[in-house]
Design a protein. Sequence first.
Length: 174
Amino acid sequence: MNARKCLTVACALFGAVAATRAETFDVTGTAIALAGQSCGSDCVFSGTIDINVSSGAVTGVEVFFPGLSTFDTFSSSAAFNGTDWLVGTSNSAADTWNFDFSTRNTPSSLVGFTGGLVLGLDVSGPSGGFLYSIDSGTISATPIPGSLILFGTVLLGFFGFAPKAGVKGLPTRR
């Protein structure tokens, strides 16, 4: 396969993957402990939420709260209050975390979502008692790893810019 065909195949594969636009967003914020957790009124939570920004669907979540199992089971997702989004999650201990966030430039939609503010709601235990009240937080895009950018640059350099005429030590492009 010549260099031009390789580049075409690589671009087609990259385009097909990029078209789905499933993105991972960082989730960080603070919550108020309501059931005696040691962090008191300034409990930090953090993790990630996966959103397909082409279809507008939440596809996964992994968020940590002090003293609780990881919230890694996604259960519900829907437009909320006309301009926001509501997500329901749970963990292996049957705790539930329901939170809403602003969708900023895409009111009540996750299509084209780029980040927003965690607005509130709560974490409940299996018996329904409240464990945390969400104070505030942010959802922001996770940067593309530098290694992926470097890989793409190498591919373009290798296949796209091979010399037309023979240069000593380099293969020629036909």
